[in-house]
Design a binder for this molecule. Structure first.
Ligand code: GLC
Length: 540
């Protein structure tokens, strides 16, 4: 795609497609590439610039595609390589870029390399591509160290010949050994494979986890400042090499890192000019609906990124966390467990959460930088918190010993049209369509794309209007903001030329600034006052 003056990734609105839940094209109850292709006109009219697509590669689906068996094949559940190529091409004709996920920390235990490693036995060159070690204790029956899997239980599994292998996630996701040159060469080749097929970048899964301390020390004996597996300095060498690969291709190919770091400075290190382009701003995602905290995180984001010249990203929801309409509808303290999932206390007030989600959409879309929209947030979907235990599929549920329900509640299929579940998610089939992979709530008829289209008060029309304005208004996208004086509980900032965003997070009405007129508001503006939990975009 042609490159404009500022690279697209500095200001893009990137829509996250959780492929198995977006749209089902072939009627098997699971979303697929055919479904995405059929919905490109919807995405175009929504006004997004790019799609981040969760893993679509060949996979036994032990962690819904984050266990990749072949990085150059599409899983038959989702379609074919030819369909992926067609999608990339069609999306480009709509002006939409494609950013697949890449999963370099671990493969599937069904990947050819891991099967070869098991077959070849201890000490073999095949085993050296993963992290195999003898066990501890007289018979080697104890794991090599005290590391735990992010999904619960030890991070080690023993194979029949007595060795153990490392898996920071499920046992079906063995960690690759990034000290091995084959691993570097393989992933650079995979990047090229997809760049040649036209993808515009990659979202890098667990980008901070690839390099392990070669001594594999117990966490209990942790010495020095670096963690034995998270966010080690050596990881940046990998991304410097990846950046070179991306830069070989025309059209501003870009990376976004899923990197969890202890400090903003450590995150900035991923975004140096010769490293990755962007990273998810999880500090913002984890901040409560509170003016003081949000302002702090926004300011910290800019001061951190200013040191490396990278643009900000704003993200409120994704496939790993509770949907923000439900999060913002709670007062309770939060706790992050397992794979960053969110454990709520007390029921959500969805009316409140939705009002805040509307205001938050205007806040994030007015901030300098890029924005991630997780499929369904534009429909105001809440977390589905009452999925019966019998349908839960996230491996977190099993691996936590049924203590953490996992992430299925934010992964429920998208409702498109009609009066009955699954609301056009799968094509109508007179012979009967397969049930969707997760049940869709019976009361979602008013939440479908069809029901919300043309309803000026709907979340969908708010997103459409905001995205349209964002594209047209010269003040929005990349660049900077200036905070305006405002009382506690109010966030107000100006962007040039002539644009002001005001968000009322207080419990009082707030009078709009003098000499402004509303361009767009998250709710009806009465008497020139913003109600609590309301936001407005204003022209000066
Ligand atoms: C990332 C993904 C998550 C997955 C994990 C293991 O955190 O976002 O969904 O389970 O990595 O690949």
């Amino acid at each position: 795609m042609p490159s404009t003056t500022a690279p697209w990734w500095r200001s893009a609105v990137i829509y996250q497609v959780y492929i198995r839940s977006f749209a089902d094209g072939n009627g098997d109850g699971v979303g697929d590439i055919a479904g995405i292709r059929s919905r490109l006109p919807y995405l175009k009219s929504l006004g997004v610039d790019a799609l981040w697509i969760n893993p679509w590669y060949k996979s036994p689906q032990a962690d819904h595609g984050y266990d990749v068996a072949d990085y150059r094949e599409i899983d038959p559940l989702f379609g074919t390589l030819a369909e992926a190529e067609a999608l990339i091409e069609e999306a480009h004709t709509h002006g939409i870029r494609i950013v697949p996920d890449i999963v370099p920390n671990h493969s599937s235990d069904q990947a050819a390399w891991f099967r070869a490693a098991l077959a070849a036995g201890p000490g073999s060159p095949e085993r050296a591509r993963y992290v195999f070690r003898p066990g501890r204790g007289p018979d080697g029956t104890l794991p090599p160290n005290d590391w735990d899997s992010r999904f619960g239980g030890p991070a080690w599994t023993r194979v029949p010949d007595g060795e153990w292998y490392l898996h920071l996630f499920t046992p079906q996701q063995p960690d690759l050994n990034w000290q091995h040159p084959d691993v570097h060469a393989e992933f650079e080749s995979v990047l090229r494979f997809w760049f040649e097929r036209g993808v515009d970048g990659f979202r890098i899964d667990v980008a901070h986890g690839l390099v392990k301390d070669p001594e594999l020390p117990d966490l209990a004996d942790r010495h020095g400042s670096m963690h034995p597996f998270w966010d080690r300095d050596e990881v940046h060498d990998i991304y410097r090499a990846w950046r070179k690969v991306a830069d070989e291709y025309p059209g501003d190919r870009a990376f976004v890192a899923e990197a969890w770091t202890d400090t903003p400075e450590r995150l900035a290190a991923y975004l140096r000019p010769d490293g990755l382009h962007t990273a998810f701003n999880f500090d913002f995602l984890m901040t409560d609906w509170n003016a003081k905290d949000l302002r702090t995180v926004i300011d910290d984001t800019f001061s951190m990124l200013g040191t490396v010249g990278a643009p900000a990203t704003w993200v409120m929801s994704n496939h790993d966390v509770m949907r923000h309409a439900s999060r913002y509808g709670r007062k309770a303290a939060k706790k992050w467990v397992a794979n960053e999932s969110y454990v709520p206390a007390g029921p959500a007030d969805l009316e409140l959460g939705t009002r805040r989600a509307r205001a938050a959409a205007l806040l994030t879309l007015a901030l300098p930088g890029g924005v991630y929209v997780y499929q369904g947030e534009e429909l105001g979907l809440p977390e589905v918190e009452d999925l019966p235990e019998s349908v839960l599929q996230d491996p977190v549920w099993e691996h936590s010993g049924h203590t953490d329900r996992g992430r299925d509640g934010c992964r429920v299929p998208i409702p498109w049209s009609g009066q009955t579940a699954p609301y056009g998610f799968s094509p109508e089939d007179p012979e009967g369509t397969a049930a969707p992979w997760l049940p869709v709530p019976a009361d979602w008829a008013p939440r479908t794309v069809q029901a919300q289209t043309g309803d000026a008060t709907s979340m969908l029309e708010l997103y459409r209007a905001a995205l349209l304005l964002r594209h047209k208004h010269p003040a929005l996208g990349d660049s900077t903001l200036t905070w305006l004086d405002a009382p506690a509980g109010i966030l107000a900032f100006r962007r040039e030329p002539d644009f002001v965003c005001v968000v009322n997070l207080s419990t009082e009405q707030y009078r709009l600034p003098e000499h402004t007129s509303p361009l767009l508001a998250s709710g009806f503006i009465e008497n020139n006052h913003l109600a609590p939990d309301q936001a407005a975009w204003l022209a000066l």
